[in-house]
Design a protein around this ligand. Structure first.
Ligand code: IVH
Length: 704
């Protein structure tokens, strides 16, 4: 199939085209699941678009071969939720984007070419804001509101009728004596800044999680199983079209006027543009108004006004040819840099953070920006007291673009990075060839210690269920857990405490016992997980595994590292000779072993002459199982496993020399499915990957 794709569409035979369309349908569906279902795309947008374009081109040449499950019939993604499914009378589509004036020009030129109009002819373009909310379709039958649906995958959405009925801006009945028999209207449901802020304030007071932005809040509010909740959320509606336009309408503008007469709210932030100049003028004007608008917009939408032209222009792939979204560039604002503070990360890296005079950038108050490192500060010559240009793009952390008063004579002195850690007062060092400064305090640095504890108990390390970041921080603050050892002595100390955990706020007999059980369950750990849990900089899961494989047992690993501290030793030579280690990683490992606090902790955990062992570190099960049927194979576990935990299955597979992946691809060798396995099992079947149930898996790895 990969080969087929190299063949130009014109040269494909019908058989080849059919095969390739089937493959493309499978592949695009697979990537949709990654993107929408798991928020974890495996390919770039450009690669994804290339697949869709290829699909479109083949379908165009072989219209009879268009499959019922063709990706061209789908936009977005149908989620599996408690809502009834609704089939749209016509697909709900997306819009192509223009990022600059040339893109807009190209949009106009393409439309004119398509309609065979002369290039210098001016055509009317209706411009309106692009509201940031969620798409919704409304059906009116004999003038009565009968159904509302989300976009879903473009063809099939979710029935949100009862929730939408609570929106004040949506008429329950069209204000007309002669309503159409059936009409499907489309628009965007959104939330204003004011409603968003008061909703979040209320949620904060009630201890509920906060919505990240008005769009999420609108989506969350509409997807409520209880319409009463939706009713309290004051959602608004912005109408932007029909599924099918009544035939007596000639222009898009007229169609909006009709909607207005029927009782829909219509925005005045629109313009009928005659040419590119008008369009750009509209765009700039809208951008200038943007931060004062009571709701979020992320650009403008231009639509060819004549409906007969819209009809002729039609659609390409998932978007109409008659409309385009012109996106705003990242939002910027100017403010004063008040201070530079230093944050300390888990591995001791010091990150400078700019403290700003709070500034509202596009509806979001920004009071901090990342400065990355000293180099960045030097390069941009950023000094306390400067006027700075701040940029915010999407949900990313705001950044300082540049200093605005670079040439002023009254600036502060350049910022000097501290020589001591602001948290623990230990020395700060900059390693050769690295830009970052690091605190040398290790575990005595409380900033690092609590972040390291979080890492220690995290999923791929000790995986202690119920001991999340919030609890780790709270226990650390209260002095209950200061080092990894304290985790494993917690229950014993708690027994004797006059304020045991179960009596503390937010805890009870059951929850305290559950936590202790979760800790006790993890007293046995594989060597590679243990090494990873130590949180040595640059030692991630795979390096930890390489080390575990090489040294076999904890004792051997520790003793070798203690010897390797001497650069002249054969142990050092052995360490740097390990494939995937090298001098830089070795240095980080040895810094860890040179630190007496760390050695004490290792001894207390593993046990020595003075301390009872708290945990059992299992030797690395070496892969002399090269003979093993799964050695070097890639395996994916999915669904609810009943015979073993996912962590257990993963570690077993790895100890037999297999790789465990989280998503299915053409490289996967086996997919092991538990109960209710979802999209991954399906993807496996579609990609022709071997699917095993739990028993078949156990049978496969049985060592006889
Ligand atoms: S027209 C066939 N107009 O943006 C064209 N869409 O990125 C359908 N949107 O799915 C869309 N404001 O949910 C149109 N003035 C506007 C819009 C708008 C927001 C949303 C809509 C669409 C998405 C595409």
């Amino acid at each position: 199939m990969g080969n087929l794709r190299a063949v130009p569409v014109e040269q494909l035979t019908s058989d080849e085209a059919e095969k390739e369309l089937a493959a493309l349908a499978r592949e695009i569906k697979y990537h949709d699941d990654r993107y929408y279902g798991e928020d974890n795309p495996l390919i770039t947008d450009a690669e994804y678009d290339a697949l869709r374009i290829r699909n479109h081109d083949i379908e165009k040449k072989f219209p009879l071969l268009v499959r019922p499950d063709s990706p061209s019939k789908r936009v977005g993604y149908a989620e599996n939720t408690g809502f009834k499914k609704v089939t749209h009378s016509k697909p709900m589509l997306s819009l192509d984007n223009a990022f600059n004036e040339e893109d807009v020009e190209e949009f106009l030129a393409r439309a004119k070419r398509f309609l065979a109009l002369s290039d210098d002819l001016n055509i009317d373009v209706f411009a309106e804001p692009k509201i940031d909310g969620l798409a919704c379709s409304l059906v009116y039958e004999e003038g009565k509101f009968t159904r509302a649906a989300t976009r879903g995958d473009g063809n099939i959405g979710e029935d949100i009728t009862e929730n939408v009925r609570t929106l004040r801006e949506i008429p329950h009945e069209l204000f007309t004596a002669s309503p159409p028999e059936f009409i499907e209207i489309r628009g965007e449901i959104y939330m204003t800044h004011a409603d968003f802020n008061s909703l979040n304030q209320k949620r904060e007071a009630e201890g509920q999680s906060l919505f990240a932005n008005p769009r999420n809040a609108a989506a969350g509010s509409i997807r409520q199983l209880d319409p009463k909740v939706t009713a309290e959320r004051s959602l608004k509606f912005f109408v932007y079209g029909y599924a099918t336009y009544p035939s007596f309408l000639k222009t898009y503008q007229e169609s909006l006027e009709l909607l207005k007469s029927w009782g829909f709210p219509i925005t005045t932030l629109t313009a009928l543009c005659k040419n590119k100049r008008d369009i750009i003028h509209y765009f700039n004007d809208l951008e200038a108004k943007r931060s004062n608008l009571p709701f979020d917009i992320d650009g403008a939408v231009y639509k060819i006004n004549r409906l007969d032209w819209q009809e002729r222009l039609g659609f390409v792939a998932r978007a109409p040819r008659f409309a385009i979204a012109h996106k705003f560039p990242p939002e910027q604002g100017q403010t004063t840099l008040r201070n530079i503070i230093i944050q300390v990360g888990r591995t001791g890296v010091l990150t400078p953070v700019a403290i700003l005079d709070p500034i509202n950038i596009g509806g979001v108050v920004v009071s901090r920006a990342t400065l990355h490192n000293q180099d960045e500060i030097n390069r941009k010559d950023i000094r306390i007291g400067d006027r700075v240009l701040i940029q915010r793009a999407g949900d990313v952390i705001p950044q300082i673009v540049k200093v605005l008063n670079l040439h002023s004579h009254e600036r502060e002195k350049p910022f000097v990075f501290p020589k001591k850690c602001p948290v623990c007062d230990s020395h700060v060092v900059q390693h050769e060839g690295e830009v970052a400064y690091k605190c040398t305090g290790g575990l005595i640095c409380s900033a690092q210690a609590s972040l390291r504890l979080r890492h220690f108990v995290s999923k791929d390390a000790f995986d202690i269920e119920g001991l999340g970041a919030k609890h780790v921080d709270a226990f650390f603050q209260e002095g209950l857990i200061k080092t990894p050892v304290d985790i494993f002595t917690f229950q014993e100390r708690d027994h004797k405490s006059i304020t045991p955990l179960r009596k503390r706020e937010g805890w009870g007999d059951k929850s305290a016992q559950k936590l202790f059980d979760a800790i006790n369950k993890r007293r046995k750990i594989s060597l590679n997980r243990f090494i990873y849990a130590l949180g040595v900089p640059q030692v991630g899961e795979s390096t930890a595994k390489v080390l575990a494989k090489n040294y076999g047992s904890f004792k051997n690993f520790r003793d070798s590292m203690l010897k390797a501290v001497d650069f002249g030793s054969s142990s050092y030579q052995e360490l740097i000779a390990i494939e995937g280690v090298g001098p830089s990683i070795a240095e980080d490992i040895l810094i860890f072993f040179k630190e007496p606090h760390n050695l004490t902790i290792l001894n207390k955990l593993h046990g020595d002459a003075h301390h009872a062992a708290q945990i059992l570190i299992e030797d690395f099960v070496s892969s002399n199982s090269m003979a093993s049927k799964i050695s070097e194979k890639t395996i994916v576990f999915t669904g609810t496993l009943t015979k073993f935990t996912r962590a257990e299955a993963k570690s077993k597979a790895e100890s037999l020399g297999a790789k465990v992946a989280s998503s299915v691809s053409a490289k996967t060798d086996f997919v092991v499915v538990g109960a209710d396995a979802g999209s991954k099992a399906k993807a496996a079947q579609e990609l022709g990957v071997t699917v095993l149930n739990e028993d078949e898996w156990l049978n496969l790895i049985k060592t006889d």
